[in-house]
Design a protein around this ligand. Structure first.
Ligand code: PLP
Length: 422
């Protein structure tokens, strides 16, 4: 078979950077990507024949492991019935039912094709409902690549944003307000000034795109209260955390309900699906029921719906507490092994997600996350990959376990960690 390096050479001539999503190019960890031929359970195989224990899990979706039999069967069955109809299909109803059953704050959903579409559409709905334009987001939170979320602030407290990339007009991000994650005082200050113009706060209720960062005690409730006080909607972006932090997402675990929730990744079982949902009184504003327009040619695709239904039904049978305990043990053992080799480490963990920062102090927001040693992480990544362990190719990402990871996987992973000397 053509090798990864051959394929990457070819790919770079045909695709910008050789990839269809930037982080996959492995640029920030100083090596070329592996091309994957197949995956099964906790493992992936590169086209070069290397076997890897996978802790990326397609950036989260493969919660049940790769190639889970019931998902494969459901997808095969659906393909046999035709790939897409452009008309309603039973799978849409079935997946909506499962989501609404599992996520307490969701009464109604709209299916889309990605997390990006979900957040973009949820914000449009919040703007339509409130008649306001501004949105408050947090530094280091990622909500997909639509224009208004690609803003980065200058330093400090929420100022008017500047675009984080060429191609985003200043006019688009002028309505995006920023605050540091976990800084309720900063959010209050923004609301004091702009409260009557803010349509929504959007937040990753457990943040997974600056490495894993947990919400401080009272942070989410504080956001809930501010939204209520000022008539803004609270949007939980649970594209990573939905069906992972608990079978019902982050909301139930922290006792805070969002007005709108965005989901993606896991709900498609590996197929391109996203959705946004929430209270009926808001969701009924979406066309054709209401006046807020949003549509999609392949939305509610029967193959993706079938895979999603199989995924959510299987997840309801799983023991999340056991997986959380096993994941914490793995993370702690990895941390101890790295510390024994002289590295200063910080561990953030919840459920089946963790990040080990090469950073001796607490990581509670984007500023503190950036203090990690990216160079050491790069060599750690390369070392682990050589030893057959696939970690995220960036120090600002999470490590994901799945229900398919075994004690043998963990032992082999630790073995690889122990031999990392920097
Ligand atoms: C991945 C992610 C998105 C974007 O989802 P895509 O399917 O990549 O468009 C949005 N929000 C969060 C929190 C994510 O992790």
């Amino acid at each position: 078979m053509t090798s990864s390096s051959e394929l990457f050479k070819q790919a770079q001539k045909l695709l910008p950077g050789g990839v269809n999503s930037p982080v996959r190019a492995c640029k920030s960890v100083g090596c070329d990507p592996l091309f994957i031929e197949k995956a099964d359970g906790s493992r992936m195989w590169s086209v070069d024949g290397q076997e890897l224990i996978d802790y990326v899990m397609s950036w989260g979706p493969m919660m049940l492991g790769h190639g889970y039999q019931a998902i494969k069967d459901a997808a095969h069955g659906a393909v046999d019935m035709g790939a897409s109809y452009g008309a309603p299909c039973p799978g849409e109803v079935a997946l909506a039912e499962e989501i609404i059953k599992m996520v307490p704050s969701i009464e109604m959903v709209r299916m889309v094709n990605s997390g990006t579409e979900a957040t973009m559409s949820a914000l449009r709905l919040a703007r339509g409902v409130t008649g306001r334009d501004k949105v408050l987001k947090f530094d280091g939170c990622y909500h997909g690549h639509s224009d208004c979320f690609l803003a980065s602030a200058g330093s400090g407290l929420a100022t008017f944003s500047i675009p984080g990339t060429p191609g985003v007009p200043e006019g688009t991000v002028k309505d995006t307000l920023l605050a540091p994650y976990n800084d309720l005082e900063a959010v209050k200050a923004v609301f004091e000034k702009e409260g009557k113009n803010i349509a929504a706060i959007i937040v990753e209720p457990v943040a997974g795109n600056m490495g894993l960062v947990l919400p401080a005690e009272g942070f989410l409730q504080g956001l809930r209260d501010l939204c209520d006080e000022h008539g803004a909607l609270l949007i939980f972006d649970e594209v990573i955390t939905g069906f992972r932090v608990t079978a019902g997402g982050v909301g139930p675990r922290f006792g805070v309900e969002a007005d709108l929730t965005t989901l993606g990744k896991i709900i498609g079982g590996g197929f391109p699906v996203g959705c946004y949902g929430g209270k009926k009184k808001y969701m009924n504003r979406i066309s054709p029921c209401g006046d807020v327009y949003q549509a999609g040619t392949l939305s509610g695709n029967p193959v993706a719906m079938a895979a999603g239904v199989a995924t959510l039904r299987a997840l309801q049978q799983q023991d999340y507490d056991a997986l959380e305990a096993r994941t914490l043990k793995l993370a702690q053992d990895m941390k101890a092994a790295l510390e024994a080799n002289g590295f200063k480490m910080t561990l953030n963990h919840i459920a089946s997600i963790f990040t080990l920062f090469f950073n001796g102090s607490d990581v509670t927001d984007f500023e503190s996350a950036k203090k990690g040693d990216a160079e050491i992480y790069s060599s750690f990544y390369r070392h682990m990959r050589e030893k057959g362990v696939n970690l995220a190719p960036s120090s600002f990402e999470c490590t994901f376990t799945s229900f398919a990871h075994s004690e043998e996987d963990y032992e082999a992973t630790l073995e690889a960690v122990r031999s990392f000397k920097g």
